[in-house]
Structures are given as C-alpha cells and as structure tokens.
Design a protein around this ligand. Structure first.
Ligand SMILES: *Cc1c(COP(=O)(O)O)cnc(C)c1O
Length: 468
C-alpha cells in the first residue's frame, strides 16, 4: 500500500514514512492510493475474531511495511483488559431491539480517542526506536485530545509531549486528568488565553521549519492517518455485534467534529462493510450538517464557533473532510486545490448543480444537528426509558440517529465519552451527578504539575529548548 496527498504534490510513500508526519509537504492530507477490499469469505471469517485479531487484520492492510510479528506484538500490548477495562475493548449495549450503543470510551481518559491514540503511542515508540530518532510532540487542546495523547505517550522512549491548553478553560475533571500526570516526558503548559491562542502558537512554531527540524517537532492531531486506520476496527466489531449474518445492513450514528470518527466508518464501508447509512451528528456548530443538507461548505471563523455543552465537537473547520471530498471527486487533486482556494478567497465553496454534489447526495451519508435543549432531553429520555446514562456528545448522536431509524436496520450509536466527564449536564438532565469510576474518585485531589505561560511563541520555543 502506498500513500498519496489530496493535493497531488507528494511522491508515493509507505506507511512508516507517513506515520510521524502531519500534513503532506504540499499542504494536503495523506490518504491511501486505494482502499483494501475485503472478500465475502474474509468477512465471514472475521465475524468470530476477537478485537485484537480484527485490529491486526485491518491495520496490517494499511501498514504493510511493518513486519507482521512486530505489529501483532504492538496490538497485543495496546488492546489489553488493563487499559480498556475488558478484553473486548469496546462494549455493545442494546437499548431495545434494533437500537444499540457501541461503547468506545473505556480507555484511560474515558473518551473514544484513546482507542486510536493508545495504538499511536506504541507505533511511534516502535518506529522511533528503529531509526534511533526522538520526537517532541507539540499540541494544543481544549480537553479530550490533549489528555488522550498524554496518556498514550507517557513512559514512551524517545517521545516528549508539550501540550498547550487555555488556562482555566477546561473542565475540572479534564484539567485534573492532564495536570496530575507526573511523568518526566510530559509538559503541560497552561496558556493565558483561549484555545485559539494555543493553536496559533503551535502553528507558528510548526511554520518555523528550521526550529521544527532541529528539535524534531511533531504532532498527534486528528489528521494522522494511523488514527483513522485504528478507528476502522470498531465499525467492523459493531457490525458483527448487531447482526447475525453478513447479508444484513446497519446504520451508524456518529457525534462528529473533525470528521475523523465518521470518516473511518466511510473507509469501512469502502472496504465492503455493509453500512446502509452513516448518520453524521453535529451540535450547534453545524458546518457539516449544513454541507450535507445544502452542498454549501462554509467553515466558520474561530469567533463564530460556539461554546457548547458537547465541547469536543465545537469545531468549525473539519480537517478530515478534505479526504472525503477528494475521494468523492474521483481523487482529483486539482479539484481539491480549486475548492480549498475558494475557501481561502471567499470563505466557502458551493457544490450545488455539480456532478460531485450528485455523487455525495447518493452516498450513504445523512446528517442532523442537536442543541443544548435536545441534548439534555435525550440524556433524560434515555435514562428514564432504558436506565442508561450517556454523555452529552453521545446524546447528540442518539438524538440525530433516532431521526433516521428504519425498521429491520439496526441503528448503532457511537458512545464517544463517559458521562462523568460532563457532570453538570448530567445533573441538569437527571437531577443527580453521574457515578465516578473508583479509579477516578481521587483524581481532582492529586497534586498538579504544570507551567503557566503567556501567549508568546518565542517563550514556548525557549521552554522546549530548555527541556529537550
Ligand atoms: C473528538 C470527539 C468527538 C468528535 O470526533 P471527530 O473524529 O473529531 O469527528 C466527539 N465526541 C467526543 C467525546 C470527542 O472527544
């Protein structure tokens, strides 16, 4: 398997050559030249596979320059009952016949990002050890991504992580999760500013190519291809759990922000998994819903992005979306260059009346959006009807998923975080706080280790130089 760029300007590369990179050198996103197609006899055999076996079969098709025994070892060390609470890694709960919740939040930070990030940590360490190199990860977070990355990279040889977060803007739980880490390779930097200030610093450090090269600066953001590949696995697992035979179709409802989770579902369907519909759910920041409804793509400016009670979906510029449009255009890099030029010039592109829009309308994507009131009502209804507590993001997915249910087609809703991460909303919906897992009871009382800094790129550079 070889990887190309959505902007057409990168020589074909192998998996281990693209693993550590962020954007392609031409500014595009890295994507496989073709998707592996799973035969019906393979799909039959996979039905009985464990999560680890499935992860190996699927991931190895995307990482064919990693020796199989090494990959098997990495997967065995990543997907353990110690890290994900059970050897099944994901949980599958049936609310009523045909309505299911796929639990993806059993990893150390209680959100679905752990599933891919834990694998990424071990893959990075493996590839760095082979080349004798080191990596300094610089990131910006408003919550889930940062903690997921830190729990994946702690104790990893050859890796340091410098994570910028807006001081005082994350939830108490999220702050405690990150700042209580005492590992010497983890540096939490609380920036006096907002999330965008953090993001801007990361961008300007990354744009200093000399500094970036000298200090081996890397990222773990959601455009990383290995994260997408790791997420494909649970779509297969969810499908097998919801069906009895491979002639059946299912629908997945996915709380979406950066289009990374649902894009993995799209790749699964391109590989041959019988997915009738991929239901894309947004919160009040409904850029993607607007696109699937109208053909108009209008990413919003940071100041137009609302702060909502499903904060991990407060995204107005869905980075992985470019991969989807590239695929739908028949891998036409010039088309992508034109469309993204239009965004730079006019802030938008409109596909209405084009063959590309016809193709997207006929794809298996549908969409909807949710808001605070609907989110709280969904949490309350699901709790009262089924006795199950869900978090605010999962609630957005359920709210929209329920709008698209069809008889005899199982609807599988992705649970992307646990309710304990967002106790205020749970309290508002149900009248009481969510139970806290025993391992997290004392979290907010642990000593915290972090450095407060101004929004100053040079200050951050100096900090990195002093700590590598
Ligand atoms: C990141 C995140 C999302 C959005 O996933 P994308 O891959 O960015 O679309 C949804 N819910 C939670 C809890 C998240 O952390």
């Amino acid at each position: 398997m070889r990887y190309i760029s959505t902007r057409g300007g990168m020589a074909r590369k192998s998996f281990s050559k693209i693993l550590l990179a962020g954007l392609a050198s031409d500014g595009g996103l890295v994507i496989p030249e073709t998707y592996p197609v799973i035969s019906s006899s393979e799909l039959r055999a996979w039905r009985n596979f464990t999560y680890q076996e499935l992860a190996f079969e699927i991931f190895s098709r995307f990482s064919d320059d990693i020796p199989p025994d090494d990959l098997r070892d990495i997967i065995q060390r990543t997907y353990t009952a110690e890290i994900f609470q059970s050897k099944d890694i994901v949980t599958f709960k049936t609310l009523e016949p045909g309505l299911h919740i796929l639990g993806l939040s059993n990893g150390p930070t209680l959100a679905f990002k752990d599933i891919a990030m834990q694998l990424l940590g071990n893959l990075f360490e493996y590839v760095l050890a082979k080349t004798g190199k080191e990596l300094n990860i610089l990131g910006a977070t408003s919550g889930d991504t940062g903690s997921s990355a830190e729990y994946a990279m702690r104790n990893k040889h050859g890796i340091r992580i410098f994570m910028l977060s807006p001081q005082g803007k994350m939830s108490r739980f999220q702050t405690a999760q990150m700042f209580s880490l005492q590992d010497p390779n983890i540096f939490n930097i609380a920036i006096c500013g907002v999330f965008d200030s953090c993001q801007d610093i990361v961008k300007s450090v990354s744009n200093d190519l000399i500094f970036k090269k000298k200090y081996s600066i890397g990222t773990v953001n959601s455009i990383n291809w290995a994260r997408i590949a790791a997420q494909i696995v649970y779509y297969f697992k969810g499908y097998f759990s919801a069906t009895c035979s491979n002639t059946e179709q299912v629908m997945f409802s996915v709380p979406s922000g950066n289009f990374g989770n649902i894009y993995a579902g799209y790749v699964a369907s391109m590989m041959g998994l019988p997915i009738k519909r991929l239901v894309l759910a947004t919160n009040e920041n409904d850029v993607l819903h607007e696109f699937f409804l109208t053909g108009l793509y209008r990413p919003r400016a940071a100041k137009e992005t609302l702060h909502t009670s499903s904060p991990s979906m407060d995204i107005s510029r869905a980075s992985n979306f470019e991969r989807f449009i590239f695929d739908m255009s028949g891998k036409d890099a010039n088309k992508i260059i034109d469309l993204w030029q239009a965004i730079d010039n006019n802030g938008t592109f409109n596909l209405i009346g084009t063959p590309l829009w016809e193709k997207i309308k006929n794809s298996n994507f549908v969409s909807g959006s949710s808001n605070h009131e609907a989110r709280i009502a969904t949490i309350r209804n699901i709790y009262e009807q089924y006795g199950m507590l869900i978090d605010t993001h999962t609630a957005d997915g359920l709210k929209v998923g329920l709008e698209y249910r069809e008889t005899n087609v199982p609807m599988i809703c992705m649970e992307t975080a646990l309710p304990i991460k967002f106790p205020e909303s749970i309290l508002e919906a149900t009248g009481h706080r969510p139970p806290c897992p025993a391992a997290y009871k004392n979290l907010e009382n642990l000593p915290q280790r972090y450095t407060v800094m101004n929004t100053d790129t040079n200050g951050i550079k100096t900090f990195i130089i002093e700590h590598v």
